[in-house]
Design a protein around this ligand. Structure first.
Ligand SMILES: NC(=O)c1ccc[n+]([C@@H]2O[C@H](COP(=O)([O-])OP(=O)(O)OC[C@H]3O[C@@H](n4cnc5c(N)ncnc54)[C@H](OP(=O)(O)O)[C@@H]3O)[C@@H](O)[C@H]2O)c1
Length: 326
């Protein structure tokens, strides 16, 4: 028996309920992980609200870190191993989960459970955004929205370590200070008119080769306006709602722009990619490139409050759900 969060109908945070659930022994190729920390990600709110529809009833959550409690046949893991996972199956908001072992990664010595659950999915996202989707190089300038968020604070640090100059946007003065302490060279207030002009001024009119937009509806066209001719728009999230439908003329009028709408899952689809990506993230935690800011911890029973605060823009950095450990 385990306690897990279940969604039976799409809706607001109140649709998530903690229920008792039988957990079978892990089958062939599976491991059971007792979660010590669960990563909260914005995509969880899309699953809960129905923006990304799930077959219901469903568990929720994509990321956790904990201890292997039981193994099925053919597994490479042993009971007691410290592991983390992301983008494996949906249902991480639980005391324990069964997972395909091939999606699970070992946590290296020197990285604790909380850090692993706070960094793996968000750091893996940053890895593919700045190393594989586009290769950020010294001297590149770029723009990243929600700079003080979970992905945002990691992006600023990793991009700065690569020698790139990153302009962030945030909604408050406090978030601005935080972003500037995490690698951003400049940070603009997204609620103020004229921030696109400020990007023009900061780049001496050249604008940017690549823009990363996880905010969506509220920023989409302004993000396009920040690109240099032949620049790349990376639309990777919808925190303010889905971006508008796009008339391709908008790309030609702004100078032969490119656009992509990527997901982490297609960048860590194979076991090898998942392993390499996780190793790159943990290496950067261990060598000090990434400071992981865990600014919110919620007991698992307070999952509704955790989602409400994330959606109300009251969080910064990473948030964790902590299951009761007996
Ligand atoms: N495609 C992928 O592979 C992938 C993977 C991971 C994450 N993502 C996306 O990356 C983005 C960041 O994820 P995260 O988990 O790190 O979340 P987060 O950045 O910690 O939280 C979302 C932030 O978005 C900003 N925001 C702007 N308008 C908003 C609105 N109307 N409502 C709520 N928030 C708004 C807020 O920052 P300000 O108050 O400063 O504006 C808020 O703090 C999300 O869009 C997520 O879906 C995509």
């Amino acid at each position: 028996m385990t306690r897990a969060v279940e969604v039976t109908v799409a809706g607001g945070p109140e649709v998530m309920q903690l229920v008792d659930r039988d957990l079978p022994d892990p089958g062939p190729g599976q491991v059971r992980v007792a979660n010590r920390a669960i990563g909260l990600n914005y995509i969880d709110t899309y699953h809960r609200s129905g923006l990304y529809p799930l077959p219901l009833p469903s568990g929720i959550g994509l990321e956790g870190a904990g201890v292997v409690q039981a193994v099925g046949e053919d597994g490479e893991f042993q009971v007691g191993d410290r592991v983390a996972y992301c983008a494996a199956t949906i249902g991480a908001y639980a005391e324990a989960v069964n997972l395909p072992a091939e999606r699970v990664v070992p946590i290296p010595d020197g990285v604790d459970f909380d850090t692993a659950a706070a960094v793996l999915l968000k750091g893996a996202t940053v890895e593919y955004l700045l190393q594989r989707l586009f290769t950020l190089r010294p001297g590149h300038r770029t723009l990243f929205h929600a700079a003080a968020g979970g992905v945002g604070l990691l992006f600023g640090q990793w991009a700065a370590a690569l020698g790139a100059e990153v302009i962030g946007t945030v909604s408050t003065e406090g978030k601005r200070e935080l972003a500037l302490a995490h690698g951003y060279s400049h940070c603009l207030l997204s609620g103020e008119h004229g921030w696109v002009d400020e990007v023009r001024r900061l780049t001496d009119g050249e604008m940017l080769p690549v823009v990363y937009d996880g905010v969506g509806a509220a920023t989409f066209y302004q993000s396009l306006d920040c690109l240099a001719p032949r620049g790349l728009m990376v639309s990777f999230g919808n925190a303010s709602g889905s971006p508008p439908a796009l008339d391709l003329q908008q790309l030609s009028q702004r100078g032969s722009l490119f656009i992509t709408r990527p997901t982490l899952f297609s960048y860590v689809a194979t076991r090898e990619d998942m392993r390499a990506c996780a190793a790159a993230v943990f290496d950067r935690v261990l060598d000090g490139t990434l400071r992981v800011e865990i600014a919110q911890r919620y007991p698992l029973v307070e999952v509704q409050r955790a989602h409400a605060e994330l959606e109300a823009r009251r969080t910064v950095g990473s948030s964790l759900l902590i299951p009761q450990v007996d």
